[in-house]
Design a protein around this ligand. Structure first.
Ligand code: NAD
Ligand code: MG
Length: 394
């Protein structure tokens, strides 16, 4: 078998996808992008195919299959083309790749993430919504496939780096607490009254990171951190009471692990996702990520504070869903996806995102997570409930 890693980049046209392709292109002797997928952006996908020459390009929207084939041919790219949700899942399971970067946004990434785990690929997980929704199912799929999951979310990648051998089992590691850092988003320090008229563009203007719009809004509400708390719970087998959130506006300390002897290990670096991506691609080796060296003297002071849970209620709701257990995190996630989309289209005020999520959680008491079918059904029910609440509110 060749020593080159063959990588499927799911969500190649997105922010994580672009950063991944940037790291891959720096190391042609190690990495090859063999499968690229996108949702609807045919032109952007074709441009990436011109540059990276994958064996297969997949467009999620099946009505765009013909357009993708024509445009690839016109661009002189000789690669297979496929379309549809199932084609993405099939590409992940097949032998075109040994590594899968799960960077689709939202619950839409669940099937392909599970398929990557089940087929024993190295899974680089950016799509946090899939582990939030289906944590136990994803862990079971990983065990079944025998592959490995390396977190790409910067906080979880930091924790992975601070645990001995990346060992994802707190009980045996002498770990007391996982401390997830949060930038606090663009509205840190604001009061609720000051947040009543926030626009989507204001919410998407993150102080430190350039990201897709959904995760940018999640960062502004702190739901992103809430999803990450649930993600950490599953990835590291950590009870809710061992996970803490610490606001750190500079985003240089990406997270910390506290041990029972009082040691606290942290991973630091500039806020650039290529560090976590390069770490996960090359692990257990290290490769250049193209990231500027961290100049701590230039930053001088690092600041830390507790999160404001009464202004940023989404973080409290995520802890509540984690403690409630069962499929409450999946309900939380579904309601949040609907509410964020409504906010982005101007149909819901910023502060009401938390209200929608809370109402749906109250309406749908948790059930046990049994299988993907029932979970998908609950996801649908939660979305319908959120849409009804939105309609009644307008
Ligand atoms: P993005 O919006 O920039 O990109 C999303 C990608 O997913 C695009 O390529 C899009 O074509 C594809 N996509 C969207 N809907 C799809 C669907 N229904 N079917 C198939 N493909 C679909 O998002 P992003 O910022 O790159 O985030 C991707 C994931 O990574 C999210 O789960 C996010 O929470 C996570 N993440 C992102 C960052 C970051 O810095 N951007 C950091 C940590 C984690
Ligand atoms: Mg993160």
């Amino acid at each position: 078998m060749s020593s080159i890693r063959h990588i499927a980049v799911l969500g190649a046209t997105g922010s994580i996808g672009g950063n991944t392709l940037n790291v891959i292109a720096r190391h042609p002797e190690r990495f090859r992008a063999s499968v690229l997928t996108a949702h609807r952006q045919v032109d952007a996908l074709v441009a990436l195919c011109v540059q990276h020459r994958p064996a297969l390009a997949v467009i999620g929207d099946s009505t765009l299959e013909g357009e993708l084939g024509r445009k690839l041919a016109a661009a002189g790219v000789r690669c297979d083309a496929a379309a549809g949700h199932d084609a993405i899942t099939a590409a992940v399971s097949g032998d075109l790749c040994d590594t899968v970067v799960a960077a689709i946004v939202g619950a839409a990434g669940l099937d392909s993430t599970l398929a990557a785990a089940r087929s024993g690929k190295r899974l680089l997980l950016a799509n946090k919504e899939s582990i939030v929704m289906a944590g136990p199912l994803l862990l079971a799929a990983l065990q079944e496939g025998g592959g490995e999951l390396i977190p790409v979310d910067s906080e979880h990648n930091a924790i992975f780096q601070c645990l001995p051998g990346g060992r994802p089992d707190l009980g045996k590691s002498g770990v007391r607490r996982l401390i997830l850092t949060a930038s606090g988003g663009p509205f840190r320090g604001r009061t609720r009254a000051e947040l009543s008229a926030i626009t989507p563009d204001q919410a998407c203007k993150h102080p430190n990171w350039v990201m897709g719009r959904k995760i940018s809004v999640d960062s502004a509400t702190l739901m992103n951190k809430g999803l990450e708390v649930i993600e950490a719970h599953h990835l590291f087998n950590a009870p809710a009471e061992t996970i803490e959130v610490l606001v750190h506006p500079q985003s240089l300390v990406h997270s910390l692990v506290e041990y029972v002897d009082g040691s606290v290990l942290a991973q630091l670096g500039n806020p650039d996702m290529r560090t976590a991506i390069a770490h996960a691609l090359a692990w257990p080796e290290r490769v250049d990520a193209g990231v500027a060296p961290l100049d701590l003297a230039a930053h001088a002071a690092l600041h830390f504070e507790a999160p404001d849970l009464s202004t940023f209620r989404c973080l409290a709701l995520a802890f509540q869903a984690l403690r409630a257990g069962g499929d409450a995190p999946a309900i939380l996630n579904a309601a949040n996806e609907v509410a964020v989309e409504a906010f982005l289209t101007g149909a819901l005020p910023f502060l009401s995102i938390a209200d929608v999520v809370e109402s749906v959680l109250t309406e749908l008491p948790p059930q046990a997570v049994v299988d993907v079918q029932s979970l998908t059904e609950r996801d649908r029910t939660a979305r319908e409930a959120a849409r009804r609440i939105l309609r009644n509110a307008c």
